[in-house]
Design a protein around this ligand. Structure first.
Ligand code: BGP
Length: 471
């Protein structure tokens, strides 16, 4: 009786038994050792060599957070703060330095050690195959624009399943596949810094095809695990219910969400997106055989990344007839007055977005098994929150997580098949052009002190949440 009362008082939001608690990360952002032990260059290593000025404070991907050397200490800390699962990615250019051909034995040993170490601590490895890091030798062959590179990826995926599939039972083909399309081929924030809608469409289509091919390979190997994809399903909220705003949001959603969500879960691209591509003359080159592969190889499991909403409105001004074709031809972004902000990162906070995504998956995507694979709060200058005892007092992050977990819990109560919550990220890491500007971790990485790890207040807090399976 007493115990029940105490439990009731402690936990207002109880999560299902076996809920996945943990965090997510990526190879380029945390391994470091970018030129060590035979790793080949990827597009980040190369781009940094060419234009170091494009990275915050000129810090490149060479020595990010040092997980390559310190993985044992880091995994111990994961255990300490209660993780039962952890997502990382394999660096394609570490495993297969030229993208195809010889496998790097030192890389095999490293990933094997990481997997063993996680399992030793009862932390389930969730392994992602591609997190923005195309091997440079394959970028030189056209990257995702090239059908040959799609085959190279499917070969790489197959090698990963053979090497690690006996122990890894959760696989992901891509993280946020729309981002390299946007960054590399539309808006100039990833290498190869192309701005060309036609090429962007080809890249997107080939990426989706590569995912389906990897799924096919995985099923052929019959390893009794699950394979999925991780998508940033940022909802597109219209400014108003005016039909022009609604239309703007529908089209933004087709370009940025349903473009990967529909083929990944349903095996087909959204009709309204295809209509636009056909009408405007931007269909990618494809074969019926490949389309059939996409149709039949859909995911078992979906990872949902959510940080902030996208708000859109109808175009304020007509587009110049000679302007190059861009998705933004159909909508403008909209800053909602009175919106709540994470002032430390300049992103809106809208917790209910996480619920809206989950309900959409329940109602329109067959209630597919899913989990929150990234959510988190970036903070610039977080060192200022370190107190005299050396701990970062990140109460704002605890509040952010609580508020998103409440909506996740609500979705669970309403029957959504949501299986877990992973924070971005375990420890502060390097982030693409922003380098170490925004900190996200449960654990701080003090760059001034040789990367010293210290658990933040949020790390202590999550430990309790996991112990109680709720808060
Ligand atoms: C997500 C990516 C992560 C990470 C995060 C934070 O979209 O999947 O890799 O970069 O964004 O980004 P930033 O450091 O730019 O705030």
């Amino acid at each position: 009786m007493e115990v029940t009362e105490q439990k009731q008082k402690q936990v207002d939001y109880e999560f299902p038994k076996d809920f996945w608690w943990g965090s997510s990360s990526s190879a380029t952002q945390m391994e470091g050792a970018a030129a060590m032990d035979g790793k080949g260059q990827n597009i980040w290593d190369y781009w940094y060599e060419q234009e170091p000025n494009r990275f915050h404070n000129g810090i490149g991907p060479a020595e990010t957070s040092g997980f390559y050397y310190r993985y044992k200490e880091d995994i111990r800390l994961m255990k300490q703060i209660g993780h039962n699962s952890f997502r990382f990615s394999i660096s394609w250019s570490r495993l297969i330095p030229n993208g195809t051909g010889a496998v790097n034995k030192k890389a095999v040993a490293f990933y094997q050690n990481v997997i063993d170490e996680l399992l030793h601590h009862d932390i389930e490895p969730f392994v992602n195959l591609f997190h923005f890091d195309m091997p440079m030798s394959l970028q030189e062959k056209g990257g995702w624009e090239s059908r040959e590179v799609v085959d190279a990826y499917s070969e790489y995926a197959s090698i990963c399943f053979e090497l690690f599939g006996d122990k890894v039972k959760k696989w992901f083909t891509h993280n946020e596949p729309i981002v390299p399309v946007e960054g590399g081929y539309l808006y100039d924030f990833h290498y190869p810094n192309v701005i060309d809608f036609r090429r962007a469409v080809q890249v997107g289509y080939h990426t989706q095809l590569s995912s389906a091919l990897a799924i096919q390979k995985y099923r052929e190997q019959q390893q009794n695990g699950q394979i999925g994809i991780i998508l940033n399903l940022t909802p597109s909220y219209p400014r108003s219910n005016n039909p022009a705003d609604l239309e703007a949001s529908r089209i933004a959603d087709a370009f940025f969400n349903r473009s990967f969500l529909d083929p990944s879960v349903k095996g087909e691209f959204p009709k309204d997106l295809l209509d636009i591509l056909r009408e405007e003359g931007y269909m990618p080159s494809y074969t019926e055989t490949d389309v059939a592969i996409i149709r039949t190889n859909t995911v078992d499991l979906l990872g949902v990344n959510y940080y902030q909403p996208r708000r859109v409105k109808a175009k304020e001004n007509a587009v110049h007839p000679d302007a190059p074709f861009m998705p933004d031809r159909f909508f403008d972004s909209y800053e909602m007055p009175g919106r709540k902000m994470n002032v430390h990162r300049g992103w809106e906070i809208y917790e209910k977005g996480i619920y809206d995504i989950l309900i959409n998956l329940r109602d329109n995507y067959g209630n597919i098994p899913c989990f929150i694979s990234e959510n988190g709060m970036g903070v610039e200058g977080e060192e200022k929150f370190r107190d005299d005892s050396g701990i970062i007092q990140d109460d704002y992050r605890i509040k952010f997580i609580q508020d998103h977990l409440r909506w996740t819990h609500q979705a669970l109560e309403e029957g959504v098949n949501v299986r877990g919550y992973h924070l971005w990220t375990f420890m502060d890491n390097w982030s693409w052009m922003n380098a170490y500007k925004n900190r996200y971790g449960f654990v701080s990485v003090n760059l001034e002190k040789g990367g010293e790890r210290t658990v933040k207040k949020s790390g202590e807090w999550i430990k309790k949440v996991v112990q109680q399976n709720g808060f």
